[in-house]
Ligand binder design. Structure first.
Ligand code: GLN
Length: 214
């Protein structure tokens, strides 16, 4: 049974449009979130990549910081990619900055340094048998994960896709590939309110070659 859900996409700055295209492809309703009132009627929200410092500043200026805390307490699901993962973390380094803290991880901004600022890797995840294309752009490194956090994918020694209850974060950008796996997982999380969905409810899609948008 699929109930009608709507997912918000924080649209302050960054690659929010790429997330909208992924949700369109999955046939899921979405709305851009720019102020607290936009959270009305949503079951989950995507915090996109971009510049986390800017996102934190604008979230605070718009009153969205507190609104997102309330949304979380009400059972709203969160999916952060790259800068969004930083905003969701419990602790942020390089430099330290405020974060929502819904994911019990400590995270290092721009963790790969300037030389490896952007890179594309392939890696396995717990979400399927096919390796996943992982696009890293000035990505953070998850330094440690605390209690309650499940690591769904690693790259080298580092967790790159993690979930805690109804909060999911990737340090890479699945929205910049053709692979719908991570977004489909998030939609299933939203529908099941953070419980692991039975795998037969996640529709199978033939693996398609990934394409980088930029
Ligand atoms: N380096 C950015 C930050 O610290 C994140 C980069 C990204 O989202 N692609 O916020």
């Amino acid at each position: 049974m699929t109930s009608e859900i709507r997912i918000g996409i924080l649209a302050i700055q960054g690659d929010y449009e790429a997330h909208a295209k992924m949700l369109d492809r999955l046939g899921v309703k979405w709305t851009y979130v720019r102020q607290s009132a936009d959270l009305e009627g949503l079951a989950g929200i995507i915090l996109p990549g971009g510049e986390s410092t800017t996102h934190v500043k604008v979230l605070r200026e718009e009153g969205l910081w507190d609104a997102l805390q309330r949304f979380h307490s009400r059972g709203g699901a969160f999916f952060g990619t790259c800068a969004g993962a930083i905003v969701l973390a419990r602790e942020v380094h390089n430099p330290a900055q405020a974060s929502l803290g819904f994911l019990n991880v400590s995270i290092l901004r721009n963790g790969y340094g300037r030389q490896l600022a952007s890179d594309v890797h392939e890696g396995k995840s717990k979400l399927g048998d096919e390796p996943m294309e992982m696009v890293f752009i000035r990505a953070p490194i998850i330094e440690s994960v605390g209690e309650g956090v499940e690591v769904l994918a690693k790259d080298a020694a580092h967790p790159v896709l993690v979930q805690q209850g109804r909060s999911l974060a990737a340090t890479f950008h699945p929205e910049l590939t053709n692979d719908l796996t991570v977004h489909r997982h998030f939609v299933a999380m939203v529908r099941h309110k953070g419980q692991k969905p039975p795998s037969d409810e996640i529709p199978d899609e033939a693996a398609s070659p990934a394409r980088i948008i930029h």
